[in-house]
Design a protein around this ligand. Structure first.
Ligand SMILES: *Cc1c(COP(=O)(O)O)cnc(C)c1O
Length: 371
């Protein structure tokens, strides 16, 4: 065991070589076109549609605004069923649309919204379901679509963790009425800040474009009360560069994840998510689940122990969204209604994983964890 001189964070962005960045910046400087559907913006939408194998990609300034707009585009109102086990932006996007989040428990296998608990939470005010592919592990998409179809609900996926994930050969971002991606610095694919909405028809794509640009349809024509959620040319250029390195980024993440899996599989009291052989993962996160009784340490002890060795893990997702002050009094937000999410939030610890993390650190983290 050793203690690195500098703290090792849970994640670190992949950055392309700086000379390549200055080359694309020169193009921006030459064009003097910084935002509003510039050349890089158009190019990145086209490249991502091909890379993700989806019909339309509408780029946005960040993932949270993309979620807010996705809900606006479909005019979702009233109540939406969602998961408490996510990053807080999932529910905040509902709040910003004056929609009440209705929290439904997760299933223990992959920590995603449990479809079997969705139906009993539907009321006459329910207009949509907002699940999250947590850690890039696919939700039970067929069952969720079936429920949405039966009840006439919109189905919008928060796919912020799911960039590039494929299930039985199909892009996970292609599911639902809409899927929302985040390209934040901490995500598997980053544009510093950024995000996108994946949609399936030209009319919806057009409507997203209105809504992300104040509703402008021409120089003097405003057709909708839009907001400003445009991605700028610097972000789009970073995306284009990053995309060229995606195979390398994913291969490095995979090697780290597989090393963790091999080393951690036999440890009493530590459990991992079981990968589905039909899924190509992006390995954006490496969560472990600590059973304090069997492991002999609580999750928080382990977190502090690793921190004392300069490994900064994160408890994604603790606390649950439903426990924050602005949500905790909502019907259904009480822990007794969310037993699995409540337990998992107490057990989960995300270990460092990022393309430049050396495998000797993975070995060291497991040694420290077992000591
Ligand atoms: C990162 C994240 C978001 C927010 O995306 P930003 O681009 O940071 O605004 C939303 N939902 C989930 C699940 C996330 O992890």
């Amino acid at each position: 065991m050793f203690k690195p001189k500098h703290p090792i964070p849970v994640t670190q962005p992949f950055l392309p070589p700086l000379p390549e960045v200055t080359t694309f910046m020169q193009e921006i400087w030459d064009r003097k076109w910084l935002t509003n559907s510039g050349a890089f913006h158009k190019e990145l939408e086209a490249h991502l549609a091909r890379y993700l194998d989806v019909p339309y990609v509408a780029l946005c300034a960040n993932g949270t605004l993309a979620l807010v707009i996705a809900l606006q585009v479909l005019r979702v109102t009233g109540e939406v069923i969602t998961t408490p086990f996510s990053f807080v932006a999932t529910s905040h996007a509902l709040w910003w649309n004056n929609i009440r989040p209705v929290f439904v428990d997760i299933e223990p296998e992959f920590c995603n919204l449990d479809p079997e608990k969705v139906e009993s939470a539907i009321t006459p005010k329910t207009t949509g379901i907002l699940p999250v592919h947590v850690y890039g592990h696919p939700c039970k998409v067929d069952r969720l679509q079936e429920i949405a179809d039966i009840y006439g609900l919109h189905l919008i996926y928060d796919a912020a963790h799911a960039f590039g994930v494929r299930m039985a050969g199909r892009s996970l971002a292609d599911f639902g009425d809409l899927s929302v991606l985040s390209f934040h610095a901490t995500k598997a694919f980053n544009t510093f800040e950024g995000g996108a909405i994946i949609c399936h028809d030209a009319r919806t794509y057009q409507r997203i474009n209105y809504l992300k640009n104040f509703g402008f349809a021409g120089e003097t024509t405003v057709v909708a009360p839009g907001i400003n959620a445009k991605m700028n040319e610097f972000q789009a250029g970073m995306g284009l560069l990053q995309l060229q390195y995606m195979d390398e980024i994913l291969a490095k993440r995979k090697a780290i994840a597989h090393r963790y899996m091999a080393l951690l599989s036999g440890i009493d009291g530590i459990s991992l998510l079981t990968p589905d052989p039909g899924v190509d993962y992006n390995h954006a996160y490496f969560p472990i689940f600590v059973d304090a009784a069997a492991f002999g340490r609580t999750r928080d002890d382990l977190y502090a122990h690793l921190k004392s060795y300069n490994y900064l893990c994160r408890r994604y997702f603790y606390p649950l969204i439903s426990s924050f002050n602005m949500y905790k009094s909502l019907p259904g937000a009480e822990p007794s209604n969310l037993p699995t999410a409540t337990r998992v939030a107490e057990e989960v610890l995300c270990l460092p994983i990022f393309p430049d993390l050396r495998l000797e650190h993975v070995d060291n983290i497991v040694d420290i964890l077992s000591s």
